[in-house]
Every structure is written in structure tokens, then in C-alpha cells.
Design a protein around this ligand. Structure first.
Ligand code: HQG
Length: 184
């Protein structure tokens, strides 16, 4: 399979495992797990030919380790990024490092300055430990801007932080007074 095909399947998996499982009649449990056989059958009903081998190829080649396979190899889930209400993933709560970064687009800066960072349709605001990852995330939305978050201070003020299996840091929202624009 070439990288374009892998990428296309990865986008489909993100869509059904994070956002719209019902679009192919798929059930996720509260930890986000879906039965791989049901995923294949649901996709087939929508005319999409998927097999276990290509799903496993996408999981193992994912640059950001977006998906996980259960120990018994029967289930798959997205490790973060959900918006579907059916999933309430119990991420591991952790003390964050002193600073974390968030990539956004310059056109959102005024609003972020007003409201702080909000999760929007997802369950969490996504933060990264390194600036390069934040730049790449920001680029998806337009001209990138990187925000530096005083994560440890937030934590000391009682905000909870979680780390997903793939290293992405998550929190519910970030108040604007603990955000500065990083000039990279
Ligand atoms: C912005 C990718 C205006 C926020 C990445 C972002 C990530 C505000 C956008 C993951 C705002 C939401 C998530 C406010 C936040 N006013 N705009 N008050 N607060 N925003 O896609 O963080 O490749 O939901 O800055 O690596 O871009 O999919 O979140 O620009 O980890 O695996 O609202 O998606 O991972 O956009 O990306 P998104 P995100 P995957």
C-alpha cells in the first residue's frame, strides 16, 4: 500500500473512531474501543473495502500513533482527539512540564486572547511538548502561531492535565493570562 492510500484510510479511521461512528453503524465503548470486524463490516456497507491487514498497516505507520489495537487484537481505538459523546476516555492524569505549546492560526489570536483556549467540538485542548509539533498543528488552520502555556502554574492552580497514549497533552481549557505568544 502506498502512503496516499494509508493516509486516506487513516482519515477515515479518525472520522469514525473520533467523531461519527454512527455514520457506519459502529458502536464504540466509553473507552473508545470498536470491534475491528464490525468496523470492516460497517465500512463495507458504505462501499468501502477495508481489511484487517490494511487497518494494521495504518496503525503501525501512523506518524503520531493515532490509533491503538487491544491486547487480544480484536479491538481498535483512537487514542485522543474525540468529539463523539459516546466516548469518555479515562486519560492518565499527570503533572505537566513547566511549559507546553499549542499551535494555532494567527486569525484566532484575538479571540484566544479574549476567551483563552477552548476545546470547541473536541473533548480537550491539545498541547504538545515541542514547538515543531505545535507549528505543524497551526499550519493546518492557516498562518501558524505558537502559544506558550504556563502548564505547571495552571496545574498548581488546580487545572487537570492528562497525557494520551501518544504523548499529546490534554486539558479542558487554558485561561488567557497563562498564555503568551512564542516568537519561535
Ligand atoms: C482554536 C491533530 C478561537 C485552536 C493535532 C485550533 C492535534 C480558538 C482550533 C489535534 C479558541 C481547533 C487537535 C478561541 C481554541 N478562539 N479559536 N478561544 N480556542 N481555538 O482541530 O488543536 O493529526 O479542534 O487554536 O496534532 O488544531 O488529527 O484542534 O486552531 O493534536 O491526529 O480552534 O489534531 O491531530 O481546532 O488539533 P482542532 P487542534 P491529528
Amino acid at each position: 500500500m502506498n502512503s496516499k492510500q494509508l493516509n486516506e484510510i487513516s482519515k477515515f479511521l479518525s472520522y469514525v473512531l473520533r467523531h461519527e461512528p454512527q455514520s457506519i453503524g459502529l458502536q464504540l465503548d466509553t473507552e473508545g474501543w470498536a470491534e475491528i470486524e464490525c468496523l470492516i463490516a460497517g465500512a463495507a456497507k458504505e462501499g468501502r473495502v477495508l481489511d484487517r491487514e490494511s487497518i494494521l498497516a495504518v496503525v503501525s505507520s501512523s506518524d503520531k500513533k493515532r490509533f491503538a489495537i487491544s491486547n487480544d487484537a480484536q479491538y481498535i481505538r483512537a487514542v485522543q482527539g474525540h468529539s463523539t459523546e459516546s466516548v469518555k476516555l479515562q486519560h492518565i492524569e499527570k503533572e505537566p512540564p513547566e511549559f507546553l505549546y499549542h499551535g494555532t492560526a494567527t486569525r484566532f489570536l484575538a479571540s484566544i486572547q479574549q476567551q483563552g483556549l477552548v476545546a470547541g467540538s473536541r473533548h480537550h485542548v491539545h498541547l504538545s511538548q515541542d514547538i515543531a509539533a505545535a507549528v505543524a498543528v497551526g499550519q493546518r488552520h492557516g498562518k501558524p502561531a505558537v502559544l506558550k502555556i504556563e502548564a505547571l502554574r495552571m496545574h498548581q492552580q488546580g487545572f487537570k492535565f492528562f497525557q494520551a497514549e501518544n504523548g499529546v497533552w490534554l486539558t479542558k481549557n487554558v485561561p488567557s493570562d497563562l498564555i503568551t505568544e512564542d516568537d519561535q
